[in-house]
Design a protein around this ligand. Sequence first.
Ligand code: NAP
Length: 451
Amino acid sequence: MTHTIVNPADEEFVTVVEGADVEQTDAAIAAAAVAQRDWVAAAPADRARALRRFAEAVDGAVEELAAIEVRNSGHPIGQARWEAGHVRDVLDYYSAAPERLFGRQIPVAGGLDVTFQEPLGVVGVITPWNFPMTIASWGFAPALAAGNAVVLKPAEWTPLTSLRLAELALESGLPEGLFQVIPGKGSVVGERFVTNETVRKVVFTGSTEVGQRIMAGCAAQVKRVTLELGGKSANIVFADADLERAAATAPYGVFENAGQDCCARSRILVERSVYERFMELLEPAVQGVKVGDPRDEGTEMGPLVAAAHRDRVREFVPDDGDVAFRGSAPDGPGFWFPPTVLTPARDARTATEEIFGPVVSVFPFDDEADAVAFANAGRFGLSGSIWTRDIGRGIRVARGVESGNLSVNSHSSVRYSTPFGGFKQSGLGRELGPDAPAAFTETKNVFIAVD
Ligand code: NAP
């Protein structure tokens, strides 16, 4: 089974990728299990060194990986470069883990009690198409650092950087079989990660619907699972905020990666007394977003990933009065969609469902309680922002919003050194941060009698 990749910015042919079948997936998983036994037997310092060499190989290939992502996914070059550097940094950060996977010594009567963090074995990582290489690294780097082998299935639309990362791993000296990228269909390769008993954990990032199916499948084997799913996050702007800054940054809190971002702040909630003023400031900010050729250094927003996805986003945007204003997008070939601002009712489909495109909805709110209640409406809880000069309120609202990642007077969500993940139907478990390797281990308790 093959998949043809076209450049989303100009619809030119890029390459054809051969997808694996179930037998090939099983063979890769079996090879991973063999490689894992040697990997875990190696000295922690040697595993740490191997991961640092992998990070160095990625560092040497930042420009190459970025160029691949521009052609495969349409990411602006500046963003793609950041993504490749982030993969290097994630590997660097977790290269410290093999020598720091501490257990505990627990006081008990009659002996010595210690715990060990044992690797799970083979971990299956399933990634989405929106941030192919960064999300891959959030799974494979801490999993490898904790002593596991990894099989990774990239999204069909965007496998190219992940395939190159697997080559770089081998070139850097990582053992054969330890980190394999297996392109193919979710219903074939991804599904097999769930059903093959040698895979002890599935790390899935993608839609809530597929995540639910994976969790149900994993239940049959009590297989461990981490889920990073959808979002419909709120950007809450209070009347006392630095309104100019809140409006100038709001487009970048939602239109980054053309809105194909699980953390997109796709609902802007504005205190009613400053709503009109905020909209006056937001319009030029949205029109100022530089949408165009992803190869240009100045481009801030590229095309959508695929024609089918653009059709899906289009289908959300009504022709009637809900559109307040739009930014620009190139004509001609490519899967372009302009930044679009809507003012729908709170219960409209555009206000409740994840559009995953450059579309944001703005709503007035009455007071703090109303803002928190509306931010918490719905099944998601991934990220969000709060703009206020009142630090007490910033903290109160951050504690009140049911989301895994919040920022006050900023739109920051992802740092490799801090935990990331969702409340409610936005996910299960956390990635990144100091505890991520532990999520790829089992705690083993051993009691040694002294008498
Ligand atoms: P998706 O359709 O759920 O696909 C995600 C991955 O799962 C793809 O590799 C897909 O393979 C695979 N898959 C599909 N069906 C499967 C099955 N039955 N069993 C196993 N694997 C299967 O999601 P997407 O459209 O790629 O990504 C967009 C979604 O991801 C959005 O909802 C977004 O919010 C979410 N997301 C969440 C985070 C987070 O950290 N919370 C980060 C990024 C994205 P194919 O490519 O072959 O379909």
